[in-house]
Design a protein around this ligand. Structure first.
Ligand SMILES: [Zn+2]
Length: 749
C-alpha cells in the first residue's frame, strides 16, 4: 500500500503545479496526435450503381473501420456514449479530476472498479500510446496530452474522433463499423436500445460480446438504458434489442475493386474516399458470372478451365460488369487472377483495327489504298524481307480473290498480313497505341507482321474500350477521333454483315441477334485463349476463355463459346427480347456520309457489268463509281461465260481450281517468286528433294524461255511454274517472253 499512497501524494502535488502553467503552453504545442487517429486508414464502402453494398474493405487483418460522418452523429449517439464514458465531458478540460479521485479512492478501498477515471480525451491519448501500463508516469502522460488536445480542438471534433476510434470487437473499429457488423445498418438508423447494446462493448469487447456473451451485454446495456432514459424496461424485454447475429459482409466485384484499390495505392492515395459508388451493376455482375459458368460447363471437353468478361457502357466507357474469373474463390483454377487484366494473344479479334487503318491509308497518288470493294489475294504468299513470314488460314483453305469486306468478316489471315505489309507495322503500332493498347509497347514490335493475326499480348481491359470506338463513330473515351467517322461506320457495316461472315464461319446462329450488333472473335496462335468482342450502340463486351496456366484449349474456337456468352449477355441487356421498333431504329448503325451503295461484281469488286453472274451492293466513294469501267473478269464469248483471273492467282488455281482460266495478259512479265537476292540453305540431308521453285506472272506470249546462270535451261508453257536444281553458290535466273524479260539473283549457302 505504501506505493499507492506515494502515487496519490505525488499526483496531487503534480496536478496543482501543472494547472496554472499548462493552459498557456498547451495550445502552443505543435503536434498532439489527434490528427494521427483522425487520419488513420478508414475502410472504403463500395456500392453498385443501384445502391447495393458490394464491399466494405478491411484496413488490416480483417479489421474494418468505416467512418461515421459528422452529419450522422445524432443526439442519441452523443447522449448514450457520453453518459456511458465521460459524464462531465462538456465541462472538463480533458481531465475529470473528480472522477479520477473517485476512482482512486475506490481503488484504495479495494473496491472493484471498472475504469480508472479516464475521460474520453484521455482514452484517445491511450489509443495513441502503445504503452498501456498503469504507472504514474503513464497517467501523467495521459493527463498532459489530454489537456493538449482539449486546448487545441473543439469538443465536437474530439468526440468525432473518439466515436470513430473505439473498438467494438469482431474486427469492428468505430461506431459505423459496429452498427454494420452487429445490426447490418447505418449507426444513425439504430434505436436507443441498440445503441446502448453497442455502447457497453468497448470496455471489454470479449466479455460484453453481444453475440457470444449476450447475457453480459444485455444486462449491462439494459441497466444503462434505464438509467439514461429513466425507463424500467425488464431484462427479458430488453433482450430483443440484441443483435441477431453478425452481419455477413458481401464480397462482390472482387477483381474490379481490387484493381481500383491497387490503382489508388499506385497513385499515392490522394484523398481517400470513404464511400464510393461504382458504375458496376450487381445484377449484371451476377448474370455475367452465371453466363461464364454456363459457358464453362459447355466447354468441359475443351480443357477450358476459366473465363472472364468485361461489359462497358458506351456513353462513359465505365464498366457495368467486370468478372475477372468464373469463381474468385476457386483456388484450383487460380480464380483470384483477374482475366480482365491478364495479357493474352487476342488473335483475330484485333483485325478490325488493322482494316480500319487500311481504309484510311493513301497510296503515293493520295488515293485510297483499300476500299470495301478492294480485292485481296487469299493465296499462299511469302511476306517480309529479312524475316520470311508465311501465314496460313485457320482452316488451311485458300479462297483466291476475296473482297475486303469478306476478308475481314470471315477473318481470313493472308489478306490481313498483306494489308499490314502494305500499311506498315510502325503505322499500325502507332494506331494501336492511340487506341489505348499500352501493353503492346512491350510485345508489339517483336510481333512484327504477326500483329495482323493478333500476336502481341493485350488484356480485355484494353480490347473492349478500343472495340467500342467503332460504334462510337471513331471516337475514343477521351473524346479523340481515332478513326474517321466514316471509317468506323464502314467497319460496323462489315462486322454486322451476316452474309460476309459465311465464308469463314458459315451462317452461324451464334451471331444472330434481334438488334444491330457487331462481333469479332479471336483465337491465339497456340489455342491458349479464345476471345469474343461484341458491341451495340449502347454497350461493348469482351469475353475471354482459356486457362490461366497456359494449357492448350482443344476443339473450340473463338467463334463459339465466348461469342455465345457475349451474345447472351447483350441479349440480357435488352431484356432477352427484341427491342421495340423505336429503340431498334435508334440502335441502327448510321450510314457513312461520303459513301454510296453501288452495284459491284461479287468476284472482281469492279462495277457490275452485263456478264457478271453475281452482283452485290457495296459502299463506294461518292462520285467514284463509273459503271462504264465495268468488270473485266467476266466475259461472254460466243454466248459462253468465261472468268479470267489476274495472273497472280495462277499458282492457287493450279492447286485448287484447275477448271478456272487465267487472264495472263493483264500484267507485265515478272518473276513472282523467289524474290530477288533471296537466300537459300543447302541441306546435305535432303539432297535429292531440294529445288528452287520459280513462279512467273504475266507476259504477252504463251511460252517462256528460262536461262539459269545465263544458259538456256528450259522452254515452258503456261502456267509459268518450274523448278531449278540446287547447287551452292550465287545464281541468276532470267526469263524471256516475247519482247519482255525479267531476271533475279539468289544465293544458295
Ligand atoms: Zn464480274
Amino acid at each position: 500500500m505504501h506505493h499507492r499512497i506515494k502515487v496519490i501524494l505525488v499526483l496531487a502535488l503534480g496536478l496543482a503545479g501543472f494547472l496554472i502553467l499548462l493552459d498557456l503552453v498547451l495550445a502552443l504545442l505543435p503536434n498532439d496526435g489527434l490528427k494521427l487517429l483522425e487520419e488513420r486508414k478508414y475502410s472504403t464502402v463500395y456500392y453498385d450503381s443501384q445502391g447495393s453494398l458490394l464491399q466494405v474493405t478491411t484496413v488490416k487483418d480483417g479489421e474494418r473501420r468505416e467512418k461515421l460522418e459528422k452529419n450522422l452523429i445524432n443526439k442519441s449517439i452523443k447522449k448514450i456514449f457520453i453518459k456511458t464514458e465521460d459524464k462531465r465531458f462538456y465541462f472538463h478540460k480533458g481531465v475529470d479530476y473528480a472522477a479520477l479521485l473517485h476512482a482512486m479512492l475506490q481503488n484504495m478501498r479495494g473496491k472493484k472498479i471498472v475504469r480508472g477515471g479516464s475521460t474520453i480525451t484521455m482514452q484517445l491519448v491511450k489509443m495513441l500510446n502503445t504503452d498501456k501500463s498503469p504507472t504514474l508516469s503513464r497517467k501523467l502522460h495521459d493527463i498532459f496530452y489530454a489537456r493538449v488536445i482539449e486546448a487545441k480542438h473543439t469538443k465536437k471534433r474530439i468526440f468525432e474522433v473518439y466515436i470513430n476510434s473505439l473498438y467494438f470487437g469482431h474486427g469492428a473499429t468505430g461506431l459505423a463499423s459496429a452498427a454494420r457488423t452487429y445490426y447490418g445498418r447505418s449507426a444513425d438508423k439504430l434505436s436507443d436500445q441498440e445503441l446502448c447494446c453497442l455502447a457497453v462493448i468497448p470496455r471489454n469487447p470479449t466479455y460484453y460480446d453481444p453475440v457470444n456473451n449476450p447475457d453480459n451485454c444485455a444486462e449491462r446495456a439494459c441497466a444503462l438504458y434505464n438509467k439514461i432514459f429513466h425507463k424500467k424496461t425488464s431484462l427479458e424485454a430488453f433482450r430483443s434489442f440484441l443483435p441477431a447475429g453478425l452481419f455477413s459482409y458481401p464480397y462482390e466485384a472482387p477483381h474490379y475493386i481490387r484493381y481500383l484499390e491497387q490503382m489508388a495505392a499506385a497513385q499515392g492515395e490522394p484523398e481517400a474516399l470513404h464511400t464510393v459508388t461504382l458504375s458496376i451493376n450487381l445484377e449484371l455482375e451476377h448474370y455475367a458470372q452465371q453466363v461464364l459458368n454456363d459457358a464453362l460447363v459447355l466447354a468441359e471437353d475443351s480443357r477450358i478451365s476459366n473465363a472472364s468478361l468485361l461489359l462497358i457502357e458506351n456513353k462513359s466507357g465505365k464498366p457495368l460488369a467486370w468478372v475477372g474469373s468464373a469463381n474468385f474463390f476457386d483456388e484450383a483454377h487460380n480464380g483470384q487472377i483477374d482475366g480482365v487484366l491478364v495479357n493474352n494473344q487476342p488473335g483475330s479479334s484485333m483485325k478490325p483495327f488493322l482494316y480500319a487503318l487500311a481504309l484510311e491509308t493513301k497510296d503515293e497518288n493520295e488515293e485510297n489504298l483499300y476500299l470495301p470493294s478492294s480485292i485481296l489475294a487469299d493465296i499462299p504468299t511469302e511476306f517480309g524481307q529479312e524475316k520470311l513470314y508465311i501465314p496460313s488460314n485457320f482452316n488451311n483453305r485458300y479462297n483466291g480473290p476475296v473482297r475486303f469486306r469478306i476478308a475481314l468478316a470471315s477473318s481470313l489471315n493472308i489478306p490481313a498480313v498483306e494489308i499490314l505489309n502494305k500499311v506498315g507495322v510502325d503505322n499500325y503500332l502507332e494506331k494501336l497505341y492511340s487506341l489505348g493498347f499500352e501493353s503492346l509497347r512491350h510485345t508489339g514490335e517483336a510481333a512484327d507482321l504477326g500483329l495482323a493475326l493478333g500476336a502481341g499480348e493485350v488484356p480485355l481491359k484494353e480490347l473492349v474500350p478500343a472495340f467500342a470506338v467503332f460504334v462510337r463513330d471513331g471516337k475514343d473515351f477521351d473524346g479523340d477521333q481515332v478513326y474517321q467517322t466514316d471509317t468506323a461506320r464502314l467497319i460496323c457495316s462489315i462486322l454486322s454483315d451476316k452474309g460476309a461472315r459465311a465464308l469463314g464461319f458459315g451462317y452461324s446462329q451464334t451471331f444472330e441477334t434481334s438488334y444491330p450488333a457487331i462481333f469479332k472473335t479471336g483465337t491465339s496462335n497456340q489455342y491458349q485463349n479464345i476471345i469474343a468482342l461484341g458491341a451495340t450502340k449502347d454497350y461493348t463486351i469482351g469475353v475471354w476463355m482459356g486457362n490461366f496456366d497456359g494449357q492448350t484449349v482443344m476443339g473450340k474456337t473463338g467463334s463459339s463459346l465466348p461469342a455465345w456468352a457475349a451474345k447472351r449477355m447483350l441479349d440480357f441487356m435488352y431484356g432477352n427480347t427484341t427491342p421495340p421498333a423505336e429503340k431498334l431504329k435508334q440502335m441502327e448503325f448510321p450510314e457513312p456520309e461520303n459513301w454510296t451503295k453501288e452495284k459491284i461484281c461479287s468476284l472482281s469488286g469492279m462495277p457490275a457489268g452485263p456478264d457478271c453472274p453475281a452482283a452485290v451492293y457495296e459502299y463506294c466513294l461518292k462520285g467514284s463509281y463509273d459503271p462504264s469501267a465495268c468488270c473485266s473478269w467476266h466475259k461472254k464469248v460466243d454466248g459462253k461465260l468465261e472468268t479470267l483471273y489476274p495472273s497472280e492467282y495462277q499458282q492457287w488455281m493450279r492447286i485448287t481450281r484447275p477448271d478456272l482460266q487465267i487472264n495472263y495478259n493483264t500484267s507485265p512479265l515478272s518473276i513472282k517468286s523467289p524474290k530477288n537476292k533471296a537466300l537459300f540453305y543447302y541441306s546435305e540431308l535432303h539432297k535429292e528433294k531440294q529445288a528452287v521453285s520459280v513462279e512467273v506472272f504475266g507476259g504477252a506470249q504463251n511460252s517462256l524461255e528460262v536461262y539459269y546462270d545465263d544458259e538456256l535451261f528450259a522452254l515452258i508453257d503456261r502456267p509459268f511454274v518450274f523448278q531449278l536444281p540446287v547447287e551452292r553458290g550465287e545464281h541468276s535466273c532470267r526469263v524471256v517472253c516475247g519482247v519482255e524479260q525479267d531476271e533475279i539473283r539468289f544465293i544458295i549457302k
